[in-house]
Design a protein around this ligand. Structure first.
Ligand SMILES: NC(=O)c1ccc[n+]([C@@H]2O[C@H](COP(=O)([O-])OP(=O)(O)OC[C@H]3O[C@@H](n4cnc5c(N)ncnc54)[C@H](OP(=O)(O)O)[C@@H]3O)[C@@H](O)[C@H]2O)c1
Length: 179
């Protein structure tokens, strides 16, 4: 079981532009059957975690078929707000990441955990020593500002790189400090 932060990013390290838009991302070409695709990720994923802004973005951007929620897996949404509910297994939380991580493992049936974003939430999992891998799909654009990819000092080991059409895909292991 691996806890993984998997996200797309601009080449200058932003996962959303200053207006919280992903238009720079959704217009790109990607092979859903290609390397490090989100479809392959989801097949390995048993539980998800995300912050309020990411959840609100999903609700504001329904699927082509009108579906408001994307995921079959249980999802924990970190927030201090009372947010709209969706037709899916969504659990709002203010618990520490250590507590939520244990809940996610219990629900995931041995499959991997996906920290969807944002970057600071992934950083909170890393701070707690609970983040194992960082996978980034770089789109060919610089945004100049926006939501940061991972606002932490964090040592990583490069495990693999691949190209998926418009994207440079990288897979890293988090190097944990020796205690
Ligand atoms: N490029 C991609 O593939 C990708 C992937 C994921 C997300 N995104 C986008 O990137 C942006 C990320 O936004 P963001 O940086 O604001 O991050 P976010 O993690 O989505 O949202 C931040 C909010 O999460 C809540 N939160 C975080 N940690 C918490 C904790 N420990 N306890 C309780 N609540 C906590 C807080 O909400 P409260 O104010 O309610 O306390 C905080 O304001 C969004 O626009 C999203 O759509 C892009």
């Amino acid at each position: 079981m691996v806890t993984r932060y998997y996200t797309a990013s601009s080449i200058d390290g932003f996962i959303a532009d200053p207006d919280n838009s992903l238009s720079w991302l959704l217009t790109r070409d990607v092979d859903p059957a290609g390397p490090m695709s989100v479809d392959a990720l989801l097949a390995e994923t048993g539980a998800l975690a995300m912050g309020r802004t990411t959840y609100e973005w999903i609700l504001d951007n329904p699927q082509d078929d009108g579906a408001a929620w994307l995921y079959q897996q249980p999802a924990w949404v970190f927030t201090h707000h009372d947010l709209p509910r969706v037709d899916g297994d969504v659990r709002f939380t203010q618990e520490p990441v250590e507590v939520v991580h244990a809940q996610m493992i219990a629900a995931a049936g041995g499959r991997d955990l996906w920290v969807v974003g944002g970057g600071d939430l992934a950083g909170q999992f890393a701070d707690a020593g609970l983040l194992d891998e960082v996978w980034v799909q770089y789109a060919p654009v610089a945004l100049g500002g926006g939501a940061p990819l991972l606002p932490r000092r964090l040592e990583l080991e490069l495990l693999d790189v691949a190209r998926n059409r418009d994207f440079v895909c990288s897979r890293h292991r988090v190097v944990r400090a020796q205690r």
